[in-house]
Structure formats: structure tokens, C-alpha cells
Design a protein around this ligand. Structure first.
Ligand SMILES: [Ca+2]
Ligand SMILES: [Ca+2]
Ligand SMILES: [Ca+2]
Length: 454
């Protein structure tokens, strides 16, 4: 996208390379700025980095400072840095004169607005290079939150004389700091339809969305990968989160079994723990919940049972349940906890969702028989496996002389119980006659029952 894309740089190289990186940009093709306050871009040949920035006019009309947006603007709390989300971010400014030419050799100072939890700058002042830029590195602290960095400098007249010293000229865009690590009790799954008409048709889709949070119930780092498997049908193998969620598609296909569909999602993360001292990190003595190996809870018992599919992460050849004496698994342990063997591996964060691939061959169970006027009868609508009918299935009534009305006859996309009938209540009117009851799925053939109302 940009002619001057920069890969993430190691923090110890960042300061040295920042100047080079800015200078390497071709200003004629850089959009430069996109500020919230509507200030201009870095136009006029002084466009900045491949992130955006705010162009701020200096007091006394002595030039401008281009404040680059932090890149990235979300960082991990100290101890939680990963390849996906680092613990540092670079903050850069570019000092420009009234003609938007870079001002070299100018001292710029930086200061953190909120130091709660100990975020720090690698340096609190820098001198602009030949391209007018100066930068520092913000290193995260241990408390979740947001901070900004204030930029100050002396204002000089055109002769280089100081008009005013150490003037606060700008504040960077906010940088948020959070653990961003999935936690074992922070994964949940949802589906747009729980009873697709997938038993008799291939390729009927269900969108399954996973939501994933950290110990503060903030979204995990963007780009976190979540893997999926399903007991029947076809499922996309992986999605990557954006703002704490991502969606995959399940599609009906062989094998089908009895229509039950178990979908399991998993990723790596942290054991849930109680952060009694509020430092966002696992300390010795804090309680935590070790996990057993991930499994597909096939019969919905809430526990592993023989026959449930599982991942043999331990390589023992059998299912390994949670060990109450296991070390805390994850990242973000304190030094003491690390020395005692905690945080030596990642926890597996997983959860299940159950769907049913409903069939198209519907019936009423038991088979309707003749009724008396004014009767109220509950009919059980089921598919050929005894499961709930597909979403959109309906019971319709056509009567001659008689009249009848059905309550809640259309099956919704979230029918509650999946492995049983959908009950429909019919009130027969006061007049004798005959009625035809017809049950039909959206794609199936109708099943008709004609009864007398006596
Ligand atoms: Ca703690
Ligand atoms: Ca089970
Ligand atoms: Ca095992």
C-alpha cells in the first residue's frame, strides 16, 4: 500500500532506524496525515511515516510539528508481549519550518501523561535529525489503561533566538495497554442458526462466531488465531480475531451421524486466575484454574466421557484431565512465579458449541387423530431423527367447515432444545368439519394429515 512500509523493528534498533525510515519515504506519494481535528497532512513534500499523523501549527507562527500516530497504538502489558502484540511502541515527531522544510538539530522532549502501572520512555528527549524527526519508545507498564505522551520544545524565531522555552506543543494519540492474552474462561461461541436444514442437503451454511477476551475482559490482540474442528459436516479450520471476535462457516456434508454437530474452538492463552494484588500478573499464591486437555463434549454432559474426541496434548495416548497441582500456564508470570516453574507453557483455551443438522422429512408425533370441537391439542413436530425441525419449518392448517388456529408453529433459528420435538399447540374451533394439518421444512416435501373435528 505504501511505498515506505516498514516491518516492525526491534526496540533497540528503533531509535536509530526511525530517522532513516522517515527519510526514506517518498513524500510525493505519502498521504501523511489524517488527524481527528481536521489538521492537514504532511503535504508540501514533508509527508511522514506509513502511519498517519497530526500537523500542529506552533505558537508565534514559527513552524509546525507533525506528530505521528503511535505505531502500534495498542501494546501488551509488561510480561505479555508476543509476536502479535509487542510491549513497546514508537512515538515520533517531525519539526518543520513555515515552508514545511525539516528543522534539524532541534531538541524535543517527551513526557508520559499517565504513569499508572509504570509505563516509561526509553528517552525523554531527542534532537531532530536532518529530516527534522525525533522519536522515543514507550514501554508498557503493568496496569491496564491508556496513556499519551506530551511533546515539548523551545520555540525559536527565524534567527534562531528563543522566543519561549519548553513549550508543550502537542500530545500524541493515545496508546492503550492491555494483556491481550486469551484466558481460559474468556471464550464463547455463538451461531446465526442452530438448526440448519443440513441433514438432507449439502452446503447449508452456519456462521459461527467466537468471542475472546483477556483477564480484564478486553478483546485479545487482533490477529489471534482460533482453530476449529467439527464432529460432522465441514468447518473452516481457522479464523483470526479482529476486536476480540472472528467468524467461521460450518457447512453440512457427510458424515452426518444422527444430525448432532459438535464444533470445538481452541487457541493458546492463559489459565484464568484471581489477581488479588491487581498487578495484572500471576503471583505465587494466587488461585488459578488448571485445564484438562480440550475435548468435544459429544453428549453434552459437561465433562469428558469415553468416546468424546480430545486432543492428546500431553502425548500420553489417553485423556489427561485437569491436574490441580499443575503449574499456572500462560504468560505474564512474576519473577517469583517463573522461578517456581509457572508460565513454562501456554494454556489451551477452548469451548464447544452444539448445532443440529435438521432433516427435511418432518412428521407429527404421535400421528394426529380425530378430535372433538373445542379441543386443544399439543402436537410434536420432529424430523426423521427425532430432532427439532429446521429453522423456518412450519405447520399450516386448512379446514373445511371447521376452524383451527396454531400457536407458535414456525420453528425459529434458536429453538432451545435441539434433540427433541418442536411442540405446537392447536385450538380447534366450535364448528365440526375437517382439517388438514401440513408440516413442511423450507426445502422439504409437505407431510399432510387430514382429521375430522366432531
Ligand atoms: Ca497478581
Ligand atoms: Ca461428555
Ligand atoms: Ca493426554
Amino acid at each position: 500500500m505504501s511505498p515506505c512500509t516498514h516491518k516492525p523493528l526491534l526496540s533497540h534498533l528503533l531509535v536509530l532506524l526511525a530517522v532513516t525510515a522517515l527519510a526514506a519515504c517518498n513524500p510525493s506519494t505519502e498521504s501523511g496525515g489524517n488527524s481527528d481535528n481536521g489538521n492537514g497532512d504532511g503535504g508540501g513534500g514533508n509527508g511522514g511515516n506509513d502511519n498517519n499523523g497530526d500537523l500542529v501549527e506552533l505558537d508565534y507562527g514559527v513552524g509546525f510539528v507533525l506528530v505521528m500516530d503511535p505505531a502500534p497504538n495498542q501494546i501488551a502489558l509488561r510480561g505479555y508481549g508476543t509476536g502479535q502484540i509487542p510491549e513497546t511502541t514508537r512515538l515520533a515527531v517531525q519539526v518543520l519550518d513555515n515552508d514545511l522544510n525539516p528543522v534539524a538539530g532541534h531538541d524535543v522532549s517527551f513526557a508520559i501523561t499517565d504513569s499508572t502501572g509504570g509505563p516509561e520512555l526509553t528517552r525523554d528527549s531527542a534532537t531532530t535529525g536532518s529530516d527534522g524527526s525525533a522519536s522515543t519508545i514507550l514501554r508498557s507498564g503493568t496496569v491496564q489503561g491508556t496513556t499519551q505522551v506530551e511533546v515539548s520544545m523551545d520555540l525559536l524565531d527565524s534567527n534562531g533566538n528563543v522566543i519561549e522555552q519548553d513549550v508543550h506543543v502537542a500530545t500524541t494519540q493515545p496508546v492503550s495497554m492491555h494483556t491481550a492474552a486469551p484466558v481460559t474462561d474468556g471464550m464463547s461461541l455463538s451461531a446465526d442458526v442452530f438448526n440448519p436444514e443440513g441433514y438432507d442437503y449439502n452446503g447449508i451454511p452456519v456462521q459461527v462466531t467466537v468471542h475472546l477476551g483477556d483477564i480484564h475482559r478486553n478483546p485479545v490482540a487482533d490477529g489471534t488465531q482460533v482453530n476449529f474442528l467439527a464432529s460432522t459436516g465441514l468447518v473452516d479450520p481457522v479464523c483470526t480475531t479482529d476486536n476480540g471476535a472472528c467468524t467461521i462457516e460450518w457447512r453440512s456434508a457427510h458424515p452426518r451421524g444422527d444430525g448432532r454437530v459438535d464444533i470445538l474452538a481452541r487457541t493458546n492463552g492463559n489459565d484464568a486466575f484471581v489477581d488479588t494484588n491487581g498487578n495484572s500478573r500471576f503471583d505465587l499464591g494466587e488461585s488459578y484454574e488448571p485445564q484438562g486437555e480440550p475435548f468435544v463434549d459429544t453428549e453434552g454432559t459437561g465433562q469428558f466421557d469415553p468416546g468424546d474426541f480430545f486432543w492428546d496434548l500431553s502425548g500420553t495416548g489417553d485423556y489427561t484431565p485437569a491436574d490441580p497441582g499443575a503449574h499456572y500456564k500462560g504468560i505474564g508470570c512474576t519473577e517469583d512465579a517463573l522461578e517456581h516453574g509457572h508460565c513454562d507453557e501456554r494454556a489451551v483455551v477452548f469451548n464447544n458449541i452444539v448445532l443440529v443438522a435438521s432433516g427435511s422429512d418432518l412428521r407429527l408425533d404421535p400421528e394426529p387423530t380425530d378430535v372433538s370441537v373445542s379441543d386443544t391439542v399439543i402436537y410434536q413436530m420432529v424430523d426423521q431423527n427425532g430432532n427439532v425441525p429446521p429453522a423456518g419449518s412450519d405447520l399450516s392448517i386448512n379446514c373445511t367447515d371447521a376452524s383451527a388456529t396454531a400457536l407458535d408453529s414456525e420453528v425459529p433459528e434458536r429453538p432451545g432444545a435441539l434433540f427433541g420435538p418442536w411442540p405446537v399447540v392447536i385450538n380447534y374451533g366450535d364448528d365440526p368439519g375437517s382439517c388438514t394439518l401440513e408440516v413442511q421444512s423450507p426445502n422439504g416435501l409437505p407431510q399432510r394429515y387430514t382429521i375430522s373435528v366432531n
